[in-house]
Design a protein around this ligand. Structure first.
Ligand SMILES: Cc1cc2nc3c(=O)[nH]c(=O)nc-3n(C[C@H](O)[C@H](O)[C@H](O)COP(=O)(O)OP(=O)(O)OC[C@H]3O[C@@H](n4cnc5c(N)ncnc54)[C@H](O)[C@@H]3O)c2cc1C
Length: 392
């Protein structure tokens, strides 16, 4: 590969094995499954069996013992083959990272091997209709009851909840400090219901409102210590941002590669359209944006893996990657003329999944809030300043 990020020999191997699997499926498989309402079970199983979903998880629990840098290679390469899987960001990256950092040895032994080999999946349930970006206002409550907990409340926009065995759920624990706690809640628990949210996204991972009506879970459903949920959830926020950036970088590469190929072939005057600077320059500019975002993403993963503060880099990478991917996709569509809008060319149907990355997992504005207050020392515009703008 050309570009600003040089793969280590290990990264090259991971990239090659991801690419070999991804190429067997391709974008048509992804969009076909998305339109039929199906999932990507076979692809997930192949990735799991190849050890690619748990590259960053501890070896002791069935993972590869590497880091987030290696997982970004997997996620980027999948997206670069037209397979931008939200579940890849959610189950291994957010849930896997939080469990690896904070779960008890029993919970790790129960969950991590399955997350790593793809046989088990977990969704992440933080967002609530009333709290939105201000995660401190989460109002789903968990109260102690006998030997366990009873959870009541609701979440929305919970991706892939129907594909997952459990939710990693953030709830207010009702303790004296009104802290937040994290729970692993089975999706088939009595009292838990899922309602699909129709969206414009073309993705095999669908969105759900989750209703929790006196859902009973045991004490062993609690992750780490009660009341420490906010601190613990941060173990997953930087990985989430870094992996979202990696997904965007893959989409950017996919779009530019398709556009360059089309521009080399398509001839409506004496030369291929790629010879016109009106086509060539915006694509070259899009390449600059995507490569800079890849560099920022690699740097953020490197900081995270070495135990340093990765928050600023993760936020920068996520914002830059989302903008670069969307610019690249837009230019790729433009390069294809009318065909850019045809489903056959596999570009237009990626629009909303890519556009989503400006809004989730953390919005552009909340990233800029973080950078304004933490990097530039500007005064916060709202009380608390402890929403999703903060991080580990
Ligand atoms: C397709 C999809 C999948 C998702 N998947 C998941 C998931 O799996 N799990 C999960 O927990 N959540 C998920 N989300 C939720 C997502 O994280 C939120 O939508 C996002 O964080 C924004 O929250 P909100 O929608 O409530 O918007 P709001 O918080 O209501 O914000 C509305 C607008 O106001 C801006 N805004 C808010 N506060 C400020 C401020 N202080 N300064 C400046 N601007 C501000 C926001 O940036 C945004 O532009 C998903 C969302 C979507 C659309």
């Amino acid at each position: 590969m050309t570009g600003l990020v040089a793969d280590t020999s290990e990264h090259r191997l991971i990239r090659q094995s991801t690419a070999a699997i991804a190429a067997r499926y391709g974008h048509a498989y992804y969009s076909g499954r998305a339109r039929e309402g199906g999932h990507i079970a076979e692809l997930w199983a192949d990735l799991g069996q190849a050890g690619l979903l748990g590259v960053h998880l501890p070896e002791q629990y069935g993972g590869g013992g590497a880091g987030l840098a290696e997982l970004t290679v997997v996620t980027e390469e999948l997206a670069a083959h037209g397979l931008p899987l939200l579940i890849a960001v959610i189950s291994p990256a957010i849930c896997g990272s939080i469990l690896a950092a904070h779960a008890s040895p029993e919970m790790k032994a129960s969950w991590l091997p399955g997350l790593a080999d793809g046989t088990r999946r977990m969704a992440f349930a933080l967002t609530e209709p009333d709290a939105g970006s201000n995660s401190h206002n989460v109002s789903t409550t968990a109260r102690r009851d006998g030997l366990g907990w009873v959870i009541t409340g609701g979440k929305y926009y919970i991706s892939a909840a129907d594909e997952c065995e459990a939710l990693l759920l953030v709830a207010r624990d009702g303790g004296p400090e009104g802290g937040l706690s994290l729970f692993v809640v089975p999706t088939d628990a009595p009292g838990l219901t899922l309602k699909p949210i129709p969206t414009a996204l073309v993705s095999p991972d669908r969105q759900f409102t989750v209703f929790l009506d006196d859902v009973e879970v045991g004490e062993d459903a609690l992750i780490g210590a009660a009341g420490q949920g906010f601190r613990q959830v941060f173990a997953g926020l930087n990985p989430e941002r870094i992996l979202a950036a990696a997904l965007c970088n893959g989409v950017g590469r996919y779009a530019i590669a398709k556009a360059a190929e089309y521009a080399r072939q398509r001839k409506v005057w004496s030369e291929p359209i790629g010879a016109h600077q009106g086509i060539a320059h915006p694509l070259a500019q899009a390449h600059v944006g995507v490569e800079l975002a890849r560099l920022a993403t690699a740097r953020a993963a490197e900081l995270f893996d070495s135990g340093q503060d990765a928050a600023e880099a993760a936020n920068i990478a996520k914002l830059a990657a989302a903008d670069a991917a969307l610019a690249a996709l837009d230019q790729a569509i433009q390069t294809h003329g009318g065909n850019g809008l045809a489903l056959e060319y596999g570009l237009a149907d990626l629009w909303f999944v890519t556009r989503l990355m400006r809004t989730a997992p953390v919005s552009r504005e909340m990233v800029l809030n973080y950078l304004a207050t933490h990097s530039l020392g500007l005064p916060p515009s709202y009380e608390g300043s402890h929403g999703r703008d903060i991080s580990t």
